[in-house]
Each structure stands twice: as C-alpha cells, then as structure tokens.
Design a protein around this ligand. Sequence first.
Ligand SMILES: NC(=O)c1ccc[n+]([C@@H]2O[C@H](COP(=O)([O-])OP(=O)(O)OC[C@H]3O[C@@H](n4cnc5c(N)ncnc54)[C@H](OP(=O)(O)O)[C@@H]3O)[C@@H](O)[C@H]2O)c1
Length: 233
Amino acid sequence: MDGDQAKIGVLGIIGAGRVGLVLAKLARAAGYDVLIAGSGDPARIAGTVEAVAPGAVAGAASVVARDADAVVLALPLPQHRTLPVEALRGKLVIDAMNYWWEVDGLRSDLGDLRTTTSETVQALLTESRVVKAFNHMGYRDLDEEARPAGTPGRKAIAIAGNDARDVARVTRLVDDLGFDPVVVGPLPAGIMLEPGAEAFGADVDAAELRAMLERFPTSQRGIMVARARAREV
Ligand SMILES: NC(=O)c1ccc[n+]([C@@H]2O[C@H](COP(=O)([O-])OP(=O)(O)OC[C@H]3O[C@@H](n4cnc5c(N)ncnc54)[C@H](OP(=O)(O)O)[C@@H]3O)[C@@H](O)[C@H]2O)c1
C-alpha cells in the first residue's frame, strides 16, 4: 500500500477529554478532517473543540462512527460497552484506551493478563478491525512532542494490529501526527504497551521504545504475564 492509499480520509474520535482533544488538534494540524464525540450533547463540547482543534466538528458518537473512515477510541475503557457497535461495523478502530485501575476501579474482566484490553474491545466490535495506538504516551507529551518526520530525537508511538493494511494506515496517521511509528506485532502484542509494562508512559524515540519492548519478556510484568498464561494451559 503506498502512502496516499494508506491515508485516512475523515478521522473520527470518540472521547473528547484530555487525549481525544490533543489527537483532534494534532490531526487538524496535519490537515485531516476530524469528527469528535463526547458522552453527551455535541453542543456541550463544540466550543472547546473549536478552541483546541479549530475546524474539528463535534457530533454524537453514532454519527462520528458512521461518517468517519477510521475512529479513535479515547473514552474511559469501562465505557467501551456503550460504543455504537453497528455504526462501527466494517471500520478501522484505533484503540487508545487503557485499563487504569485508579480511575476505572478494580475490574477482573479488564485486568485479566491472559488477554489484552484491545482484544476485549475487538471481542465487542466483532465486525470492526481494531488496532492499538496512541495509548502509551501521556496527553501532555503527545501535545508537546509532535515533530515533523526526520527531526532528530523524534518521539515514537507503538502500534499493534492484525491486518497489514490497517497497520499501514495507522502507521501513516502516527507519522502525520508527528511521531515515529513502531509496529510491535499483532493485537495481542499490545500487552507490552499496557499499564504495568515499561513502555507504558514512554516518551522516547523509536530505538529506545524498541529496546523497552525487547526487554518485556524478562521484565517483572512480562514474567507475570507469562505465568498467568501458563496457568491457562
Ligand atoms: N490522559 C492521558 O494522558 C492518556 C494518554 C493515552 C491514552 N489515554 C487513555 O484514553 C482514555 C481517555 O483518557 P482521558 O484522560 O482523555 O480521559 P478524560 O479526560 O476523562 O476524557 C474522557 C472523554 O470520554 C468521554 N466519554 C465518557 N464516556 C463516553 C461514552 N460512553 N461515549 C463517548 N464518550 C465518552 C468523556 O465525555 P464527557 O466529559 O461528556 O463524560 C470525555 O470527553 C483512557 O482509556 C486513557 O487510559 C489517556
């Protein structure tokens, strides 16, 4: 797939909080058409959206899902069950969410080390194609660290997804928004990007991010994951 084929036309974002608004701002700066939804009436967020990401359009989640070519999930993970599953059918869905127990509460379903939260989202959105990206970097770093391609020390964003074409599209998006893409593997490889892993919170360049990912199997978290999965068989 060449660069132009990989470009997402209209980017949807569900979740208009800290990370959703920063991604909207970066996408608008990169020339994307952006639709963005919060949990309620779009009129409630329209002013903030226009101030932070001029030109982005606030809409209801179902409309954003329907009208966008690809949709970033930037809402609290426990709320994923409210997603407009039907409107997301056939779409590329970019999962930026995390299970953050301090905020989300202790949930055995979301904290199961034998799977990943992106696979849990994929299990709900059976007819969508989920790729994990933009989850590991804090919103302030996302906001401040975006740089043009080729800038020395440019920071990296990791991507995990099953389908090569979808991963290529997210790779292009990450690059357009100002970061070096690092493809980590299929969706289950997203375990290396979740809270508890060294790469979670990473605001580093591609070489350092790759080194963190290589260390995962021998890290405390990697060993915990391996033990949890060994108990399963
Ligand atoms: N904060 C970060 O630095 C960061 C970085 C990377 C990834 N993430 C992940 O991104 C997700 C969002 O984090 P955040 O910090 O941006 O949270 P946040 O500031 O609390 O924003 C959450 C947004 O989601 C909206 N929302 C809540 N329920 C919804 C629903 N059912 N449908 C549609 N929208 C809904 C909220 O709308 P209302 O205000 O109308 O309720 C709000 O706009 C989390 O999973 C987090 O782990 C966060």
